[in-house]
Design a protein around this ligand. Structure first.
Ligand SMILES: CC(C)(COP(=O)(O)OP(=O)(O)OC[C@H]1O[C@@H](n2cnc3c(N)ncnc32)[C@H](O)[C@@H]1OP(=O)(O)O)[C@@H](O)C(=O)NCCC(=O)NCCS
Length: 329
């Protein structure tokens, strides 16, 4: 048994330039800034430029993470991209990221992981296990999405919610006990596909065709909301229990940013005031697999997260899939 722990030695993030405000959406659809803000907490979101792909967003975030870690892309042992909006059906977005970063010297493995909004937590768990087992020393884990490409812009119940962006971390094997990722917890329940899914796919024998409604994300928001609140409450309890911790010991909650009301209910379960929760939903909307690393990077860069702090990362998404990671910074 190795004694390695996976420590986060760098983080990075990227948001496309274009800001889409609630006011702009309200000028095109039967909605209001007030409705969106009160029901979701979202004020604006970012939209990728026409020639900007998920791999481009991912690369910008990765470059920042590499820079913070002070390492070259050619010292990585693996690249993992969590995304539900890959550039192409194949090859994997991670392979395109490898090429764009110039990480080609050692033919390291690179692959995508699809667990929708929980994708980054899933990817973190996979990378953590590679490092714990001693199979890899340094892994780039990215959550990157161009959700705007899977949105029906006529559907006011979904198009107000999502945005584009990317976040990245670099995990490195560390022999110091009690640092880095302390535990990860993953779950899925495949019974709920009808509540949240994106239509279309190769195996369904159809190319993505927006004119036929294929390729659009569809959600029964109210029902998803209830399941999300319940699953996240349970996983918070599970994470604390597995680590023998009291909720008062968590310094920061870094949640998936789908809806402020879901985040508030998780914070309440933890007995946390909202000033100990990293919030980006107001400016980013729901960026799916990118939302947790985007929030994490923001709080690292502005100095809220400090060495020694205990962080609880969690996410819930389509599938349903959900998970958490407990991290000692
Ligand atoms: C989508 C969401 C914001 C909707 O909020 P809600 O309080 O559940 O609202 P409902 O869906 O019950 O809709 C209430 C009413 O608002 C209307 N409405 C929906 N979208 C609207 C919009 N953009 N503007 C104005 N009215 C809207 C509905 O048509 C409905 O009208 P009705 O009562 O006349 O039928 C919320 O359910 C949510 O955030 N769900 C979870 C999202 C999530 O976490 N998804 C991904 C997991 S990663």
């Amino acid at each position: 048994m190795s004694t390695f722990a996976a420590r986060i030695i760098g983080s990075g993030s990227y948001l496309p330039q274009r800001i889409l405000s609630n006011a702009e959406l309200a000028s095109r659809l039967d909605t209001t800034d007030e409705w969106i803000r009160t029901r979701t907490g979202i004020s604006e979101r970012r939209i990728a430029a026409e020639q900007e792909f998920t791999s481009d967003l991912a690369c910008h975030a990765a470059q920042q993470a590499l820079q913070m870690a002070g390492i070259s892309a050619n010292t990585l042992d693996m690249i993992l991209v969590a995304t539900t909006t890959p550039d192409l059906v194949n090859p994997a977005t991670a392979v395109r990221v490898q090429r764009k970063l110039g990480a080609l010297q050692r033919q390291i493995p690179a692959f995508d992981l699809q667990a929708v909004c929980a994708g980054f937590i899933y990817a973190l768990a996979v990378a953590d296990n590679f490092i714990r087992s001693g199979s890899a020393r340094r892994i780039l884990v990215i959550g990157a999405e161009t959700m705007s490409r899977a949105i029906d812009w006529q559907d006011r119940t979904t198009c107000i919610l999502f945005g584009d962006g990317a976040g990245a971390v670099i995990l490195q094997a560390d022999q110091q006990p009690g640092v880095g990722i302390l535990s990860t917890h993953l779950h899925a329940d495949g019974q709920y596909e009808d509540l949240l899914r994106t239509e279309g796919g190769i195996s369904h024998g159809m190319l993505l065709n927006p004119l036929s409604g294929q390729g659009f994300l569809r959600m029964r928001g109210n029902e998803v909301f209830k399941q999300a609140v319940k699953a996240l409450e349970e996983i918070v309890d599970q994470t604390l229990e597995a680590n023998g911790l009291d909720k008062a010991q968590i310094d920061w909650l870094v949640p998936h940013q789908a809806n402020i009301r879901i985040i508030q209910s998780t914070a309440k379960r933890l007995g946390m005031t909202m000033d100990r929760v990293v919030l980006t939903v107001d400016r980013h909307g729901n960026t799916s697999a990118a939302s947790v690393p985007l929030a994490l990077d923001e709080a690292v860069r502005d100095g809220r997260i400090q060495p020694g702090h205990l962080l609880l990362l969690e996410a819930f998404g389509g599938g349903f899939t959900w998970g958490s990671a407990l991290v000692r910074w």
